[in-house]
Structures are given as C-alpha cells and as structure tokens.
Design a protein around this ligand. Structure first.
Ligand SMILES: Nc1nc2c(c(=O)[nH]1)N[C@H]1C(S)=C(S)[C@@H](COP(=O)(O)OP(=O)(O)OC[C@H]3O[C@@H](n4cnc5c(N)ncnc54)[C@H](O)[C@@H]3O)O[C@H]1N2
Ligand code: MOO
Length: 561
C-alpha cells in the first residue's frame, strides 16, 4: 500500500498503532524522532572519511563530546523496523533511531570529526510544545498590531479597522425612489401636467437620479421618476411604471391611473432608513472586505484608518531546489515558494516574492540580519542535517527561540523565534505539507495578532471516516467537505497526506485537527479552514478520497512520502 492510502479495514486503528505492535511496547519512536531533531541521537556519516569510512560524526558535535562519541550502532538509526509500524522510518517525523540518550554508547568510541564551523551546533533537547499551546504562544508572541495608519479606501482592503466605522451621512441621504415610475401625491388618479410655471430644463420630463430636488409635488399630481432619484417633497408614494396607465384626456392633459391604491411610503426609501449620521456601522477590529469598502464609500469615506498589513519575507532554503522545469539529478522543484506568498496574501499579509537562499550559514545569517520584515518565514533547514542552518543562525543572531518543535504531525520541527522585540521568525520544515502545518500552527496566529485580525470562528464537522492518531501528538489531516442528504456536511479525510505531499491538501477544504489517539468516524473535529475553502472544492470529493474507509497515517502504509 502506498503512502496515504486507506487501509480498507473498517474501524481502523484509531488510537493505537496498527499491526498489533504498540509504539510504547517497543520504546517510543516519537521520542527517538524528537531526540534526532534535538541532536541527542544518531550519527551522521560524513562522506569520504577515508580509513574512518566508518568514522561517525555528529552534526551536533561542536562541543558535544558525549553525543559525538556515542556509537553508531548503539545509538542510531538501526533499530528494528516493523513494516506495519504506524509511524515508520520513511516518515521523517518518526525516523527511528535507537536509544536517544547520548550517554548510552553501546559500542567502542569512534574518532570524532570536528563539526564544520557553519554546521548546527549542540542543542539542548527542547520539549515539543503541545499543538494548541504552540498556537497560543504564537498568537501572544507580539503584544498587538503596530500603530494604525490612514490610507485611501482601496489600500485598506484586507486590513483591520482601527476605529469604528461610523456613518458620515444618513443613508439614504435623501428620500429616494426605489423604482422607475411616478412619484405621486395623495390618492389617484393623478394629473401629469407640468405646472405652467415649471422651468424648461431640456431634460426628459421627470426626475432623474443625481439631479437637484424637484419642486414640491402638489396633491393629486404625479411626475415621472427614476430609481435612485430624490423623491420630491409632497410625494406620498412611488407608483411603478408597470403598475400605472397614462391616458390622454379629451379635454387636454394627461392622467395617471392605477388599478390599486398607492399606500403612503410605497417604494420610497426614506432618508436614514439604513443609518443615521453617526451610527456605528462596524466596530473597530472589523476586517476590511470588498463589501466593507463599498459600505465605507456609501457612508462618505475617502480614507480609512486601519492596521497596516504585516510584512513578511520568505526565504526558501535548499540547494536542491529548482524554480522551473522538471526534477533532475536529485534536484526537485521548489513547491513552497509558489505557495507561500499567495497564501500569506490571503491571510492579509504583505509578502515580497520569496527569495531562494543558498544553503550557506553566512547567507542565511546575512539575510536574517538584514531583513526588516515583521515576520521572516524560512522553509527548510529546521532539522539537524549538515546544511540545516536555521538553529545555529538563530543562536548566532542571539534570537530568543520561543517554540522549538511542536507536538504535531507533520511538521514537528517547526519553530518560532524572536529576532528583535517586534520581529519574529517562523521556521517551517522543508517537507511541503509539514511547511503548511507550520504555516497554520505558528505563522497564522502570529500574523493574525500583528494584523489585529480575529481568529476564525471555531468550526467543526463530523468525520466521514475514522482517522488513526499519533499516540501523543496532534495530527493535521487534509479533509474535503462532502454534503449529501444522508449524512449532511461531513469531512472526508484525504489520501496523499504524507509530509512531502501536496496532492491531498490541494484538494482539501481544511485540515482536520486529529487529537492524539485518533478520531472515530462521526467525531466532530476542529477544522482549520483555508482562506479560499468552501467555494473551491465543496461538493467535489476527489474520486480517490475513498470516503467511508478508515483513514490511516502514511506511516502505516510504508510511509513513502
Ligand atoms: N535526523 C532527523 N532528521 C529529520 C527529522 C528528525 O527528527 N531527525 N525530522 C524530519 C522531519 S519531520 C522534517 S519535516 C524534516 C525537516 O527538515 P528541514 O526543515 O531541515 O528541511 P530540509 O531538510 O531542508 O528538507 C526536508 C525535505 O523537504 C524538501 N524540501 C525542502 N524545501 C522544499 C521546497 N521549497 N519545496 C519542495 N520540497 C522541499 C527537501 O528536499 C527534503 O526532502 O526533517 C526530517 N529529518
Ligand atoms: O514529517 Mo515532518 O513531520 O514535519 O514532515
């Protein structure tokens, strides 16, 4: 079975690893994975190490003698792999290792290479922060938005109002005809003659929208009027053109007849019907949507005072990445650059086009030190590989790491750091779905506070199929909405949800927040909706979604991401 397929077994292994082998029973692969991420476990064999072809070193070796001298066989990477392990080695999140303690060598010590000066340095093992806590920490990492600024209307789109939107005028600002027809005064029939002393305007006889007030309408008289025109004083109603009949009188002049009476106020929008000047139309904190721009304009605004859009800069790390063409010779396309900027835009963030940085510590250092963005987002380099420079660079910058690893799958190596009092960095893991997980877990709450946006209303919908869980960590699983008469709206877990895959999420409406232990079919799970969800794929459940079958993590299927 390939990564992300449903196992087809009804009921699934909700809440426990499949295959009858409990993670706990064999030692915990997740602790091991965390140990890997934390630099306390296995070795990294440097290519071309001469007679020490078996020489092992550790990327964390600088100063980390204990770690560096532990045995490859004893501490790293060769623990037995059970194919039905729900979080198998092919899932990088759960890369298995042996005992994670650096102080438990079980073989002879081996020579130690000095760590490259730019490579990752030693790290103490941070505890992965629970997913909800991580989001709360990110939301509170900044005290609030920067000072508001005033801009022309259009510029305010996507920002948050810093002050209530109060009407600058009555709306409508005059009694307005709601229909094309005649303004009439009193009961009919009505005389349609122009008063003898009416000035000749050259315009069609009657009142058009946008024109100055017509003279008062006398009782028993009518005058043609257009939708949106000012109703003249003295008018009691508007008669729609299709409801009246004009007859020429033999004695001269014309009369307007209506089969039914025109009750007072009919088809007149009275001044102030929608609001009076000074009425609050929207509170501070409202998001400036296209509709709000329209309302603000109608209510007399030329400018709005709103919080400026936070500015984000995206640095895509990875020398293996191509920005065009087909993958070749071990190089792959950058999937994150094209995704992140528009995703950030849809969250109301001003994001420059992503910059691709070479995998060099100094390059990353210079880019981070030189950035003036409110939030820097890096992709890749969060783990502990030979060119994973994010952690060491943060140390070099003296940054305060606020979140270093989150108990969430995928994406657990994500991190949040404070570069300066109001400048933060979100480190997204390189695996693309893991990066989305980091974006929604850490970047979205932080940017939301900076933009003074409210959190999305909590949204839950029942699962169409069971979803297996991680023993301790939250899982974020792409789901598509399905609406049918029998079940109502449900969330169908999607296949192709491996950490390196985007095929599932590209068909998804949301990420379901699957608690540790998993969720049974019918469970109402919290959903993280995408800014564009609902209208894009609602009603279209991909054929390969296999609704109704139990959902298994990719790891249960061999985890080939
Ligand atoms: N020893 C350990 N290794 C890894 C662990 C671990 O716990 N111990 N965790 C794994 C997990 S989980 C993840 S996620 C990744 C995170 O790695 P990095 O953030 O350092 O990312 P990279 O190593 O640079 O890349 C990982 C993977 O993603 C591909 N990638 C990177 N950027 C892009 C991009 N813009 N578009 C498409 N694909 C991208 C990259 O080629 C790698 O395949 O670490 C695991 N390792
Ligand atoms: O498996 Mo890693 O969880 O972040 O992609």
């Amino acid at each position: 079975m390939t990564d992300g397929e449903f196992s087809g077994e009804p009921g699934g292994a909700v809440g426990r690893p499949r295959g009858g082998t409990s993670a706990e029973g064999r030692g915990d692969p997740f602790d091991d994975a965390l140990a890997l991420a934390n630099g306390t476990a296995p070795r990294w064999v440097r290519p071309g190490a001469g007679p020490e072809a078996t020489t092992v070193t550790t990327p964390y070796a600088a100063g980390g003698a204990a770690a560096a001298t532990s045995s490859a066989t004893g501490s790293g990477g060769d623990a037995p792999y059970t194919p039905d392990d729900p979080f198998s080695p092919d899932d990088p999140a759960a890369a298995r290792s042996g005992p994670s303690s650096p102080s438990s060598p079980s073989g002879p010590s081996r020579p130690v290479d000095p760590a490259p000066p730019t490579g990752p340095g030693p790290r103490t093992a941070p505890a992965a922060v629970p997913w909800h806590t991580a989001r709360a920490l990110a939301e509170r990492a900044v005290p609030g938005p920067p000072a508001p600024e005033t801009s022309v209307l259009g510029e305010a789109l996507g920002r948050t109002l810093a002050a209530p939107l109060s009407a600058l005028t009555d709306l409508p600002s005059f009694d307005t005809s709601a229909m094309d027809g005649w303004a009439v005064s009193g009961p009919g029939p009505w005389r349609l003659d122009r008063p003898a002393d009416a000035p000749e305007t050259g315009l069609p006889s009657g009142i058009l929208a946008g024109h100055a007030p017509a003279e008062a309408l006398l009782d028993g008289h009518a005058i043609p009027i257009a939708t949106g025109a000012r109703v003249p004083s003295g008018a009691t109603a508007v008669l729609r053109s299709e409801h009246g009949e004009v007859r020429e009188l033999s004695a001269g002049g014309r009369r307007l007849y209506a089969p039914r009476p025109a009750p007072p106020g009919q088809d007149i929008r009275p001044r102030g019907q929608e609001c009076r000047r000074g009425d609050q139309l929207l509170p501070a904190g409202a998001l400036v949507t296209p509709a709000v721009l329209g309302l603000a304009a109608a209510a007399g605004y030329d400018e709005l005072t709103a919080y400026r859009r936070p500015r984000a800069e995206v640095f895509v790390l990875g020398d293996e990445l191509l920005d065009h063409g087909l993958p070749h010779e071990g190089r792959i396309r950058d999937a994150l650059g094209p995704m992140l900027a528009p995703w950030l835009h849809s969250l109301g963030i001003e994001a420059a086009p992503p910059r691709h940085l070479a995998d060099e510590a100094d390059t990353l250092y210079a880019a981070l030190a030189g950035s003036t963005a409110d939030v820097v987002i890096t992709t890749g380099g969060t783990a502990s590989g030979p060119v994973d420079h994010v952690h060491p660079t943060l140390r070099r910058l003296g940054a305060e790491v606020l979140v270093d690893g989150v108990a969430v799958r995928p994406g657990h190596p994500m991190l949040l750091a404070r570069l300066a009092p109001r400048r933060h960095l979100v480190g997204l893991p390189g695996n693309p779905l893991a990066a989305v997980s980091g974006l929604l877990t850490l970047a979205e709450p932080l940017l939301r506070t900076l933009a003074a946006r409210r959190p999305a209303a909590p949204y839950r919908t029942p699962l169409a199929a069971a979803v297996a869980g991680h023993p301790r960590d939250t899982r974020l699983v792409p789901v598509a909405y399905r609406d049918d008469e029998r079940h109502g709206l449900t969330a169908v877990p999607l296949r192709f949800h491996g950490p390196a895959m985007l095929r599932g999420i590209a068909s998804a409406d949301a990420l379901a927040v699957v608690p540790p232990g998993g969720a049974e079919r019918g469970t109402e799970l919290e959903l993280l909706e995408f800014p564009w969800s609902a209208s894009w794929s609602a009603g279209w459940t991909p054929g390969w979604a296999a609704p109704g079958g139990p959902y298994e993590p990719p790891e249960a299927t061999g985890g080939r991401a």
